[in-house]
Design a protein around this ligand. Structure first.
Ligand code: 13P
Length: 287
């Protein structure tokens, strides 16, 4: 059931668990995530970066595929189709294409410009019933060409952006996209606690979910995080499972080269990873 992400995240925040945002890249990814959410009776958010949207031939294709698959698979749990790290123009494209949620990443603009652009997009999104996420303090690392320095958010700026009426807020707390370097210092719970205090009941978003130790995830949820984004980890297990299949020579046995067979181990690996994360985040049975 395609819905905005507002209600599921308000419920998660109040119930002290988090809903996973899993980024999609193609049909297999989408199907694996939707089926796992349904099996576990968990709400879920499908994240689409601008790069992945382009790869799938555009946001209209993505919206059409997700809507049709949601229907064909008989998915009854709440599913939000969410633009990840959207540009100002990208947000408008997704609103038009039929997404149910958008993220405007204005973190690289001066705060006044971030405020002006976020304000306009809040009104455009809410007018059509979409939820909207904003960002303060850039998430470190690189994701599909979006590069961030990884600075911690200023809690007062978070309050300013939260007051614009966004539905959930991503605040940089030392988190990084991709695999964490060995010398990573961990999440800044001092920053998270200060942001949480400023923004009241606003669900907070933790980007860069790949590789964050379980105890830090649990602590982040206790401090207001209600949405956790995972992308790289699904890519890594997909690649590993696919490599295992080919290295075992299975593509050369019978019709093992059939893409439905070739991609099956990766598909199952994504399902297992999504299940593991939903259990950790506490969203199982919360649909
Ligand atoms: P990872 O790729 O580190 O899991 O981050 C995902 C993310 O934050 C998407 O916005």
């Amino acid at each position: 059931m395609l819905v905005s992400a507002k209600e599921m995240l308000d419920k998660a925040r109040a119930g002290k668990y988090a809903v996973g945002q899993f980024n999609i890249n193609n049909l297999e990814w989408t199907k694996a995530i939707l089926l796992t959410a349904q099996e576990l009776n968990s709400p879920v958010i499908l994240g689409v970066s601008e790069g992945a949207g382009k790869y799938m031939t555009g946001f209209e294709t993505v919206a059409a595929m997700v809507a049709a698959m949601d229907k064909s698979l008989g998915i009854t749990v709440p599913v939000a189709l969410h633009l990840d790290h959207g540009s100002f123009e990208g947000c408008y494209k997704c609103i038009k294409a039929g997404f149910t949620s958008i993220m405007f990443d204005g973190s690289h603009f001066p705060i006044d410009e971030n405020i002006a652009k976020t304000t306009e997009l809040v009104s455009a999104a809410h007018h059509l019933g979409l939820s909207i996420e904003a960002e303060v303090g850039a998430i470190g690392g690189e994701e599909d060409g979006v590069v961030g320095k990884g600075e911690c958010a200023d809690p007062k700026e978070c309050k300013q952006i939260a007051d614009l009426g966004v539905d959930f807020l991503a605040a940089g707390i030392g988190n990084i996209h991709g695999v964490y370097p060995a010398n990573w210092e961990g999440l800044s719970f001092e920053t998270l606690a200060a942001v949480n205090k400023e923004v009241g009941e606003m669900p907070l978003v933790l980007h860069g979910g790949t590789g964050i130790p379980d105890d830090q995830i649990t602590k982040a949820i206790s401090l207001g995080v209600a949405k956790i984004n995972v992308n790289t980890e699904c890519q890594l297990v997909f690649a590993e499972a696919t490599r295992g299949y080919i290295e075992a020579g299975k593509d050369k046995q019978g019709k093992g080269f059939d893409p439905r067979k070739l991609l099956a181990p990766g598909f199952e690996a994504i399902k297992a990873k999504v299940k593991e994360k939903m259990e950790l985040f506490g969203s199982v049975g919360k649909a």
